[in-house]
Design a protein around this ligand. Structure first.
Ligand code: SF4
Length: 1009
């Protein structure tokens, strides 16, 4: 395959003798193209020769004008200084939000040779109109009042021309320019700089498209000049008949005009003699195009790595491959996906420090410094003390950089994570935060937890709003991490650290030069802007077999094999996103003719189809649309290939694939449901577990809901992750209410600060007393169940009020409706009953267990007489029908219906109490002996969302005239049935078909649902 640049090099080489070459200048759109061109030209000659000047257009302009380009950061400050002369109240942080965009606009205005006065007055008129609309009508005025902020916004547009002029004057005074200024300077004085005293005998402009007005003017001026029969300049274009000949193809928008002269000044085309060149590769070339849809963005990297590995196995030699990244965030995943043996690669793109892992650590540190905790002191004054939020502390301690530090300083990290008894300060701190629900931590506390670890001493210091402290801390952190990366010899990470170090130095220098005191907020804004602009320059050889690059870097280059990632709308092409302060009406107005998003789409179309034209193997990877990942549709470029190009080019072989790596479950598995067979070891373990620890109603419910969930929890022993809560979650809310009643009941049994020991006999007046003092019970229980959680603010405050209302309402209901006295027997009691059942001819011993909220007895109840009540509190809504089942449906429902979990719980509580009562010694609770023939037993729920319903009792019978004995025998029959199923090796653990159950499942991520 002959590449475009090889063709251009051969063309130029043939047109000039070897001695003339040093007198010519070749201008190429990008620096990368320059490297490739030089290589191609060198390959033309057998003997050494004096090379021509080959330059990227930016370098050409600076070189010819002799101007000095200002550093972008210094430019921002120049603009800031200019702004301050016009608006002394300008706030730096706010200025930084739009200043880079404004500078970008100035650059564009100059590159497109727009008359600034015209454009800026158009803009301020447009904004005046906007302002006038704001002031329309009474109702509008109410909604959109003119504020200081809006006034300043409009003032910006009024002053924009003045700012532009002042900035230009200020820079000129210092002998500096920004890029656009240099282009305008050259275009407006091309005679002086180029034509009157040219440095070269001939100029070639190679591989351009979508020229700015300045570029076009410069090239046109050179093209017009002729010496004898020789033109002073020549243009070499890379075009294909597919988009050049069809006016509907946006990719050829500019090249068509350059070729025909349409829409050009004086209708003059942009070439001399003949148009070089038009290929017909897209319409006739033999190509394989694979279109691959993947489920998420990062999976694209894996696909790229896999395809490249496959190609490498199939094809020998030096065929060059390019992986083109539509989204530069994929660079690191792609590098990781290539495997260690791919050493022959070159990365031609700057990886922004903003997208690095290091930036996430810096960001977490800034975030951590933002928290101040407010509290009221004894005098009622609001005090603010700096404390770090656990979120950022955890984010920092789990950061990959810190993990590597940990691995180096505390070997055997994996084992430490597994084994809680062996902890290092980092693991220990993370654990303490979770276990003790520490939401806010002070610097002192964290350093103590760090046990003198260097990392803790560096990272968990307060900056006290002083940028100097932040810089010092970052330097110390760099030193610390450098040691880690030196050890690991990780070039990319080292480079990140080095770039960040340079940036801090630059930052210190600029701040010192300006001699102003800067707030931490301004410091952050500025640092982040610098970070955004800092790219890790990956630049190296052109002859590596694999090139990884962004789409812009592919200009003028060709590759036989191509993998393009993120071929989605919104990325390739980018769509309507445009970063400018200039309104669309102004951009698209013919008198200005500035690039709009349509322009950007057409440029991208050219890059895409030009890059594809010579390639033989093209893989286009796109992310499938999904709500989860927010990806857009596949790109219009893919649709164009699928629906248009395939009919025009008979040699195009298109294949389509979808790849799904994420869930490791195959399609058949998904269909039949993931299953886990019960091995003999597993069964032995389950038997041991239910015999020693017992089986609780919640376990049975879990198994009925989804046996896979039971497997994850009870067999694989995977504990749901513990989390630190800032907000009162529904389970914490429930725990709090439960604890409140546990404390009250315990007070009745044992006494406390408020209640004297009553021996469990509760009168109406006792509950009235509790109601009066309920605040202290609620507060105490809240602190016990949610340590570190603040109940006085935000959502927690509202939930606290809700809880308080519910508890009071429940107490009032009890006071009004209970049959006093109540004999409280126990609270939060764990009950276990040893049983044996026959399963497949074997006797299986096991324990049925339950933790019961309250057991009491009432004596004068008109319905039940002397009744032992087994009570469960539920903070959620329970309705009587949840606890009912018709006798003839018991078989189908009792062990099968997930919805009947509460009914199962009450059934088993009742069974356990009766079973214990019926043993030889009866059930003895706190010295009271309870016999089945002397007490009726009911089990029921108090639902705090249905207080008026009173105690909701379990309401089913195994037969219409069920006796206690029958209840016991039938219950045991169903328990045996359950165990038969649980221990049946023929029935594997499987995923539930009811996906609603998965919604709140702790194992959702593991299970692949
Ligand atoms: S996610 Fe669904 S299928 Fe998987 S274990 Fe949980 S409940 Fe069962």
């Amino acid at each position: 395959m002959e590449t475009f640049l090889e063709k251009a090099a051969a063309h130029i080489f043939q047109k000039h003798s070897i001695h003339q070459l040093s007198n010519i200048c070749i201008v190429i759109p990008s620096r990368r193209g320059v490297l490739y061109f030089k290589q191609a030209l060198a390959n033309q000659a057998e003997a050494p020769f004096l090379a021509p000047d080959v330059m990227a257009i930016d370098d050409f302009v600076m070189n010819v004008t002799g101007l000095k380009q200002i550093d972008p950061v210094a430019l921002l400050f120049e603009l800031y200084d200019v702004f301050k002369t016009i608006d002394p109240l300008v706030v730096f942080e706010r200025f930084m939000t739009w200043a880079p965009t404004l500078l970008n606009d100035f650059d564009k205005i100059d590159q497109y040779l727009v008359e600034p006065k015209k454009l800026f007055s158009f803009m301020s008129e447009a904004k005046a109109l906007e302002r006038w609309q704001m002031q329309l009508g009474e109702s509008q005025r109410d909604r959109l009042k003119s504020t200081e902020r809006t006034d300043r916004y409009f003032k910006l547009f009024e002053n924009i021309h003045e700012v532009y002029n002042l900035l230009q004057a200020r820079l000129r005074e210092k002998g500096l320019v920004y890029r656009g200024m240099a282009y305008r300077e050259l275009a407006e004085h091309v005679g002086t700089y180029l034509l009157d005293s040219p440095q070269h005998k001939k100029y070639y402009f190679v591989g351009f498209n979508a020229l700015s007005n300045a570029e076009e003017k410069i090239i046109r001026s050179l093209l017009k000049r002729k010496e004898g029969n020789d033109f002073f300049a020549e243009t070499l274009w890379d075009s294909d008949a597919y988009y050049l000949s069809n006016k509907d193809q946006k990719a050829g928008n500019w090249l068509r005009d350059y070729r025909t002269g349409n829409n050009m000044p004086d209708q003059l085309p942009l070439f001399n003699n003949e148009w070089n060149w038009v290929s017909d590769e897209l319409l006739k070339g033999r190509k394989n195009v694979q279109i691959i849809g993947v489920a998420n963005a990062s999976m694209q990297a894996k696909v790229a790595g896999k395809i490249y590995a496959d190609w490498n196995q199939q094809i020998e030699g030096q065929t060059q491959t390019a992986i083109v990244l539509g989204d530069e965030n994929l660079l690191v995943p792609v590098m990781n996906s290539l495997g260690k043996d791919v050493a022959n690669l070159n990365i031609t793109m700057g990886l922004s420090l903003k997208n690095s892992m290091l930036f996430t650590l810096i960001d977490a540190m800034f975030e951590m410094q933002r928290n101040l905790v407010e509290f009221k002191n004894a005098e009622g004054e609001t005090k603010r003390i700096p404390k770090f939020s656990y979120r950022q502390v955890v984010r920092i301690l789990n950061h990959p950089f810190v993990r590597r530090y940990e691995a180096m300083h505390y070997p055997l990290v994996e084992e430490l994570i597994e084994n809680e008894s062996l902890q290092n300060p980092i693991r220990q701190t993370l654990r303490d935060i979770t276990v003790h629900n520490k939401v806010f931590l002070s610097s002192k506390e964290l350093k103590e937890m760090g046990q003198d670890d260097r990392l803790f001493n560096i990272v968990f210091n307060h900056w006290e709003q002083k940028p100097k402290k932040a810089v010092e801390q970052f330097y110390a952190l760099i030193d610390l991490l450098r040691e880690v990366y030196r050890e690991r010899q990780d070039a990319v990470e080292n480079e990140y650290l080095y770039q960040f170090y340079l940036l801090l130095q630059r930052m210190e220098m600029i701040l010192a030069e300006r001699g102003e005191s800067v707030s931490i907020k301004s410091f952050k804004t500025f640092l982040y802007e610098l970070i955004k602009q800092t790219k890790i320059p990956f630049e190296s050889e052109t002859d590596q077999r694999l090139q990884i690059m962004g789409m812009l870097e592919t200009r003028t280059l060709d590759f036989e094999r191509l993998i393009i990632l993120s071929v989605n709308e919104g990325v390739l092409p980018q769509g309507k996103r445009q970063n400018t302060l200039i309104p669309y009406e102004a951009l698209s107005d013919p008198q200005f003719n500035l690039p709009t998003h349509n322009h950007a789409d057409a440029v991208m179309a050219y890059h895409f189809f030009r890059l594809s034209q010579r390639a033989k193997e093209v893989v286009l990877v796109h992310v499938l649309p999904s709500d989860t990942y927010g990806a857009a549709e596949k790109s219009r470029f893919i649709l164009q290939i699928e629906h248009e190009l395939r009919h025009l080019n008979p040699n195009l072989n298109i294949t389509q694939n979808q790849v799904n790596f994420e869930t490791e479950i195959t399609a058949e598995e998904e269909e039949s449901g993931l299953k886990i067979e019960k091995t003999p070891d597993m069964l032995a373990m389950i038997e041991q577990e239910i015999n020693e620890r017992g089986i609780y109603p919640s376990h049975i419910n879990q198994f009925v809901d989804c046996s896979m969930q039971y497997y994850f929890n009870k067999v694989a022993g995977i504990a749901p992750e513990e989390e630190v809560a800032e907000k009162l979650a529904s389970d914490s809310f429930g725990n709090w209410i439960h604890k409140t009643f546990e404390n009250i009941d315990t007070a009745f049994l044992k006494g406390d600060d408020l209640i004297e020991k009553t021996d469990g006999i509760i009168q109406q007046s006792d509950l009235e007393f509790v109601l009066k003092n309920i605040d202290s019970y609620l507060k105490k229980a809240f602190e016990q169940t949610n340590p570190g959680l603040r109940m006085t603010e935000g959502e927690n405050y509202i939930l606290y009020q809700v809880g308080e209302t519910l508890v009071k309402k429940f107490l009032k209901f009890q006071i009004a409706n209970e049959a006093f006295p109540i004999e409280l027997l126990d609270a939060e009691k764990t009950l276990k009953v040893g049983l044996e059942v026959e399963v497949n001819g074997r006797t299986i011993p096991f324990k049925l267990a339950g933790r019961i909220d309250r057991i009491d007895r009432i004596h004068g109840d008109r319905i039940h007489g002397r009744t032992v009540r087994v009570i469960d509190y539920k903070t959620g809504l329970v309705k009587p029908e949840d606890l009912k089942v018709k006798t003839d449906l018991i078989d189908e429902v009792l062990l099968e219906e997930p919805d009947k979990g509460k009914l199962r719980q009450l059934w088993l509580y009742k069974y356990m109490i009766l079973k214990r009562m019926m043993t030889q010694y009866g059930l003895s609770i706190r010295g009271t002996r309870l016999k089945a023939d002397e007490n009726k037993v009911v089990s029921g729920i108090y639902s705090f969302r249905n207080i008026e319903a009173g105690l909701l009792e379990q309401d089913f019978k195994f037969s219409d005239d069920e006796t206690i004995e029958e209840f016991m025998i039938s219950s045991e029959k169903y328990l045996a049935k359950f165990l038969e199923k649980l221990l049946n090796p023929e029935i594997p653990f499987s995923r539930t078909e009811d996906r609603d159950i998965c919604t709140y499942c702790d194992f959702k991520r593991i299970c692949g649902r």
